[in-house]
Design a protein around this ligand. Structure first.
Ligand code: FAD
Ligand code: UDP
Length: 384
């Protein structure tokens, strides 16, 4: 006998992971997505001409310290080793990111050892900044003016459309500065790439007899009553028809081009200068170093303000947006039978591993609530 009927709005990682858990617990799960594919923003597909696996909504690298999440994704896909080694072009030269000993030595034409480089960079740093609040302060304090201007100032201006003096320090804190030659972009214990792409993995998560997937279909709020519960992974302001206004996002435009051979020799090349209009170029075949392709597919990535018909990518989360988000959160709490999940439902930048962690927690919370007769909250994680 079925435990009941639930719907996942969105066939991305959030909807797939919660849906799978509930399906395994005996619930009838409908998964609805307005797009013509599952996997949401981590969707991958093979380019028809070259056979290259393309990260359709931008480059996605899986990295986590969360062992349960790592075991989870490995249940549904074979992950092959992949380390993200990003390069950046600035001032007519190519450097290694994140800023590491190689970057510092190359940039300053020196052969410093770790302690020497640390002392040297401390001399470049603005030590009068004791509690950096803005992106620019954080950069000036920890890498100094030269490296900031070469690698971060222009890139960040292009990425966010505002001066780094108006952005929070937290954005830069995502990136380490290393005084050794480790050029792995991420710190995490587990890193890799699904052998057959993310969409194959998400399709495997959704492959359960209690799950029905409907694509090319927008879920309408009026349908809530058809289900025992709704898990909504779409934009929180969209649920309320933007009646209080729109939350700000950056959107991306990818200019695709192809090449015969190897165009740039790496998966991701950033461009630090503001007068280069794009932020980075992605050469997708390098995300699958175990494959061989003579052709190549590349994306030049442009960032701009998100309009009503654009895909929302990066939540801006500045003071104004936070205030508006607070108002939507209050409305959401009055919405019976709906839980807002994921990147868009909670208006936060979430890496894939965090999305899966939260989805697992959300599914468990729902099953526990049903068992004990408690109400399921609108949010399992506070979005504010
Ligand atoms: P989404 O993937 O956005 O899925 C939501 C789905 O809901 C969408 O498919 C949408 O079509 C659907 N939807 C919305 N409204 C409706 C509606 N009314 N009716 C029906 N369907 C609806 N993470 C990493 O770990 N590593 C990376 O390298 C990385 N790179 C990234 C690069 C970029 C450019 C971006 C933007 C994100 C990146 N991420 C990365 C984050 C990753 O994309 C997210 O963690 C993940 O996709 C979030 O999954 P989700 O299910 O919450 O949301
Ligand atoms: N950043 C930069 N130069 C670079 C790479 C990143 O200035 O070459 C800044 C930029 O503001 C970006 C932030 O550092 O938003 C965090 O970088 P990350 O690579 O984590 O960006 P994301 O994965 O969000 O695109």
């Amino acid at each position: 006998m079925s435990a009941g009927r639930v719907v996942m709005v969105g066939a991305g990682l959030s909807g797939a992971v919660i849906g799978r858990m509930l399906a395994e617990a005996g619930w009838q799960v409908s998964v609805v997505d307005v797009r013509d594919h599952v996997a949401g923003n981590c969707h991958t597909e093979r380019d028809a001409d070259t056979g290259v696996m393309v990260h359709v909504y931008g480059p996605h690298i899986f990295h986590t310290d969360d062992e349960e999440v790592w075991d989870y994704v490995n249940r549904f896909a074979t992950f092959l080793p992949y380390k993200n080694r990003v390069k950046t072009t600035s001032g007519g030269a190519v450097y290694s990111l994140p800023v590491n000993l190689h970057t510092i030595n190359q940039f300053y034409g020196k052969t410093m050892r770790p302690d020497e480089a640390k002392m040297f960079l401390e001399e470049q740093a603005d030590t009068s900044i004791t509690d950096p609040q803005t992106f620019e302060d954080q950069a000036l304090r920890f890498v100094g003016k030269d490296l900031y201007e070469a690698f971060f100032k222009g890139y960040t201006q292009k990425q966010w459309g505002v001066s780094p003096t108006e952005l929070p320090a937290s954005i830069l804190k995502r990136l380490p500065v290393r005084f050794n030659y480790d050029d792995n972009y991420f710190f995490h214990r587990f890193q890799g790439m699904p052998e057959h792409g993310y969409t194959d993995m998400v399709a495997a998560i959704l492959d359960h007899e209690n799950i029905t997937v409907t694509l090319n279909t927008r879920f309408d709020r009026a349908e809530v009553g058809d289900y025992d519960h709704v898990f909504y992974a779409g934009p929180i302001d969209g649920w309320f028809d933007y009646e209080l206004g729109r939350l700000g996002y950056r959107t991306l435009h990818f200019e695709k081009f192809t090449f015969t051979g190897d165009w740039q020799g790496c998966a991701v090349m950033n461009y630090g200068e503001v007068d280069v209009p794009f932020t980075r170029i992605t050469e997708h075949k390098h995300f699958a170093p175990w494959e061989t392709h003579s052709g190549s597919v590349l994306y030049r990535e442009f960032s701009r303000e998100c309009g009503p018909d654009d895909i929302p990518y990066y939540p801006i989360r500045q003071v104004n947006e936070r205030a508006l988000l607070g108002e939507y959160v209050e409305k959401a709490k009055e919405e019976p039978g709906v839980t807002f999940v994921g990147r868009l439902g909670t208006y936060r930048y979430l890496d894939m591993d965090v999305t899966i962690r939260e989805a697992l927690d959300c599914g468990r919370r729902f099953l526990a609530a049903r068992e004990t007769g408690h109400a399921m909250p609108a949010f399992v994680v506070n979005p504010l």
